[in-house]
Write a protein that binds this ligand. Sequence first.
Ligand code: SF4
Ligand code: SF4
Length: 120
Amino acid sequence: MAYNCSKCPGYCCSYPLIALNRRDVERLARHFDLSFEEARRKFTKVDGEEQYAMRRKADEHYGKICRFFDTDKRCCTIYHARPTICRQYPGDNHCGYYEFLKHERLAQGDEEHVASTWNA
Ligand code: SF4
Ligand code: SF4
């Protein structure tokens, strides 16, 4: 594996659109012992064509991030109930952000540096 999520501040969880499918919402409902409707309302919103877009919250590094992201520990709080798209990402053995992060950390001599693609 050419990337290590445990050393990454969670860039992929800050994507503007995290699209869930109906089964993902059902899984979240089961995980939190809620009805489908309760989970849908609480965790998702309609975004354009997407019926179940993940709700997001503020993040000091990336502006906004998934509502289930722990912004102190920088990890997912629902790992075993996470949506399909999160299980599939990044899809192969490479993560473009991780390459960028490694490069920036080396260049800055700071192993904790959080590389962002925007200016806060
Ligand atoms: S951006 Fe890449 S390295 Fe970081 S958590 Fe996501 S998949 Fe892992
Ligand atoms: S559900 Fe977990 S893995 Fe998926 S975007 Fe949210 S915090 Fe990241």
